[in-house]
Design a protein around this ligand. Structure first.
Ligand code: CP
Ligand code: NVA
Length: 304
């Protein structure tokens, strides 16, 4: 039987997400109640990082430990990956010594080649094109605060990056709409979007994109890997920030999200990210809980 991987948001069905949301809520409660829960006793997660991380490393490592297992951290700098060992060979070896693997890397084709050579499930911890674990945590956070996300409007302001592509896939799975506003020259790459464009609308003006939104979200203007463009991007993205005036165009109870790390004074103003509509710390915490549900599901299958 083919091994199931989580390489992009669309790899799981709505029914699977509904099950995982239930599991994440149960697992979160156990954690808050100091209840020991070790379904992955003696199991090993390998975490491969080719880019920096705080939240992803911490949430996967702490999460695996809390589920009774162990997490091994590898990065490009001090593993053989940095010395040119083929990704296919690395996948063969790592997957013979572990039960599940998480990778943060550059192009999506790298994680796909890795997964094709892995004997165990592979989870995407961020690629240039996708960040499914983060968007799953964000959808979970929205549901915790406001109930069902079906039929709601999510506004995306800023770069057409990995977070946006995962949001667009989530919109198809969960049945919500995304208003997208990106500066000229930084628009959507349709290679990373499904053929059905009915779940999003493009706006030239980022303020107009916020009109009536239930959730406004953004991300850094320069993602990891594009650092050389930082100064050019700062000019091109001026105006594509989330400030109080834009939030005022959204619904009065609209939430603000940012996957973090954030740059106050660039893509978001302090008045918003540190204001009452912001749920950024809940998003970060929920990485832990949804990923524990994913780890349980990908190692053991359905347990309830
Ligand atoms: N949001 C997120 O993935 O954060 P890190 O880069 O710190 O892992
Ligand atoms: N779009 C950002 C997300 C960081 C968590 C990046 O890829 O750098």
């Amino acid at each position: 039987m083919a091994i199931k991987h989580y390489l992009q948001f669309s790899d799981l069905t709505l029914a699977e997400y509904e099950y995982l949301i239930e599991r994440a809520s149960i697992i979160k409660k156990k954690f808050k109640n100091f209840e020991t829960y070790h379904p992955l006793l003696d199991r090993t997660l390998v975490m491969v990082f080719e880019k920096n991380s705080t939240r992803t490393r911490l949430s996967f490592e702490a999460g695996m430990h809390q589920l009774g297992g162990t997490a091994v951290y590898l990065n490009t700098r001090d593993s053989q990956l940095g010395r040119g060992e083929p990704i296919e060979d690395a996948a063969q070896v790592m997957s013979r010594m572990s039960d599940i693997i998480m990778i943060r890397t550059f192009g999506q084709e790298i994680i796909e080649r890795f997964a094709a050579n892995s004997r165990v499930p592979v989870i995407n911890g961020l690629t240039d094109e996708h960040h499914p674990c983060q968007v799953f945590a964000d959808v979970f956070t929205y549901i915790e605060h406001r109930g069902s996300i079906k039929g709601k409007t999510v506004t995306w302001i800023g770069d057409a990056n990995n977070m946006l592509y995962s949001w667009l896939q989530a919109a198809e799975v969960f049945g919500f709409h995304v208003n997208v506003s990106t500066p000229k020259g930084y628009d959507i790459d349709y290679n990373w979007v499904s053929k059905d464009h009915s779940h999003f609308t493009l706006f030239d003006d980022p303020s107009d994109a916020c009109e009536g939104a239930d959730l406004v979200t953004t991300d850094v203007w320069t993602s990891m890997g594009w650092e050389e463009e930082n100064e050019i991007r700062k000019k091109a993205f001026a105006g594509w920030n989330v400030d109080a005036a834009k939030m005022a165009r959204a619904k009065p109870d609209a939430l603000f999200m940012h996957c973090l790390p954030a740059h106050r004074g660039e893509e978001v103003e302090a008045e918003v990210i540190d204001g009452p509509q912001s749920v950024v710390w809940d998003e970060a915490e929920n990485r832990l809980h949804v990923q524990k549900a994913l780890l349980e599901y990908f190692v053991k299958g359905r347990v309830a």
